[in-house]
Design a protein around this ligand. Structure first.
Ligand SMILES: NC(=O)c1ccc[n+]([C@@H]2O[C@H](COP(=O)([O-])OP(=O)(O)OC[C@H]3O[C@@H](n4cnc5c(N)ncnc54)[C@H](O)[C@@H]3O)[C@@H](O)[C@H]2O)c1
Ligand SMILES: [Zn+2]
Length: 413
């Protein structure tokens, strides 16, 4: 036998910026990022924009064009801004990736050009996939516009679209050229998506950072009241935890079977599919976190105190811990409409043996390779009852608040 053992090492480095008003002409961050040596022609770029962002920022394409005109010695917008649907729609229909590929081709972009993707995690995933596959990789600048994209998805090295009814079935590992978190976008985010993004920060706290969990608890009311300063702090810490894990976790391209950043995700991915994406990723992750936390408690790994804190923080942030699809068809784990089937699908996606993260305490996770179905089903029932009791409490509180006599007028100081 003869063998040549080939070894290839590649280092990646990408900056993650925090700014406001990224396409305001006086903000030079983007200009400086793509600037080349003085004797060269301007950098070419195209912009891919999330329809949902455009709906709330109708002047954005004109602003981008104005930015390019103002800085034309350095950058050139090689095509009109390409608008694609927001949310899973962009990942479910491969035509949108085709459209981005076509735009890259029509604009004559080369591997030193840029695709600037502006949007939620879904648009960034689809645009990232298109950028990674055109010419085997064009530089990607991500401008995430949701909490979830800013505190998690845009930080990483993955992109992809859905296929064959499976989440992220087609995709690549491809680090971005740069990421720019612009907090101003978050102001127009619907409440639902504002809340949903916090679940990935809770996840990061649970697996990495107990002090961050304390902080999230202390900021729950502020976060629900849409305090932008509190949210900025949460995003920043969560982003750092995600980035640090990817850089030093030893497996950035996920060659092994253990995937700590996917705590709670085996059921979350399945629930997104079972609810036909009625549940967004962050909302599904909240349920998934509640489920694996409850399993950790019932299996005897996690102390009751920690369980109670976690299971209380989620609703305090406006996140549900149960949906009906979680409880359906639990008697048959082979039934494709049972959440339990998600365990097998998760194993298939990762490859190798089943590896699921559970908690020993807040901030201290460990891997398990076997899931007791009876304990998992019990966990689901506990969550169902917990959610039911929570809803009743909320309704009672609402009724009480509504029936309270109005404050007497004009007596205050
Ligand atoms: N690549 C990764 O590592 C990774 C990690 C986590 C999640 N994800 C993926 O990210 C996706 C979820 O991303 P998401 O939570 O950002 O949701 P999303 O991309 O589905 O966006 C949610 C909605 O908000 C709209 N929107 C976006 N920004 C807005 C703004 N500033 N103002 C108003 N509306 C706005 C969008 O149009 C969409 O309708 C999922 O597909 C998930 O699989 C990827
Ligand atoms: Zn996630």
């Amino acid at each position: 036998m003869d063998v040549i053992r080939q070894r290839v090492r590649v280092d990646f480095e990408y900056p993650v910026y925090f700014t406001t008003g990224v396409v305001t002409p006086s903000n030079l961050l983007l200009r400086d990022l793509v600037a080349r040596a003085a004797d060269q022609t301007p950098s070419h770029l195209i912009a891919v924009l999330d329809q949902g962002v455009l709906d709330h920022h109708p002047h954005l394409p004109a602003q981008i064009a104005e930015y390019a005109t103002r800085h034309r010695t350095v950058l050139s917008l090689a095509a009109p801004v390409l608008v694609v649907p927001g949310g899973e729609a962009v990942k479910n229909d491969p035509r949108h990736v085709d459209d981005i590929h076509r735009a890259i081709n029509d604009a004559g972009l080369c591997r030193h050009s840029y695709v600037v993707a502006i949007g939620g995690g879904a648009v960034l995933d689809a645009a990232g996939y298109a950028a990674a596959t055109a010419h085997r990789g064009i530089r990607l600048i991500r401008i995430p516009t949701t909490v979830l994209a800013q505190d998690d998805s845009a930080m990483g090295v993955k992109n992809g679209i859905n296929a064959f009814g499976k989440k992220n079935y087609l995709g690549t590992f491809a680090p971005p050229f740069a990421v720019i978190n612009d907090v101003a976008f978050l102001q127009t985010l619907p409440d639902r998506h504002w809340r949903a993004g916090v679940s990935e920060a809770i996840k990061a706290a649970l697996i990495k950072d107990r002090a961050f969990f304390d902080f999230l608890e202390s900021q729950a009311a502020a976060l629900r009241a849409r305090d932008l300063v509190a949210m900025e702090q949460v995003i920043r810490r969560s982003a750092v935890l995600h980035l640090t894990h990817i850089a030093s976790g030893g497996d950035p391209f996920e060659l092994g079977s253990s995937r700590p950043l996917d705590f709670g995700h085996w059921s979350a991915h399945k629930l997104e599919q079972l609810t036909d994406h009625r549940l967004g990723h962050g909302e599904a992750v909240a349920v998934g976190i509640a489920l694996d936390t409850t399993y950790s408690y019932l299996a005897g790994f996690l102390p009751e105190d920690d369980w109670r804190r976690i299971i209380s923080l989620l609703p305090a942030l406006g996140l549900s811990v149960y949906v009906p699809e979680l409880g359906q068809n639990l008697d048959s784990e082979d039934d494709p409409t049972s959440v339990l089937r998600g365990l097998d699908e998760f194993r298939e996606h990762l490859g190798g043996s089943l590896t699921i993260l559970m908690l020993r305490s807040i901030g201290a996770p460990f891997d398990v390779h076997e899931i007791r179905r009876d304990v998992m089903i019990r966990s689901i029932r506990v969550l169902r009852d917990f959610e039911h009791a929570h809803r009743l409490r909320e309704e009672r509180h609402e009724r009480y608040t509504l029936s309270e006599p109005a404050e007497p007028q004009g007596t205050g100081g």
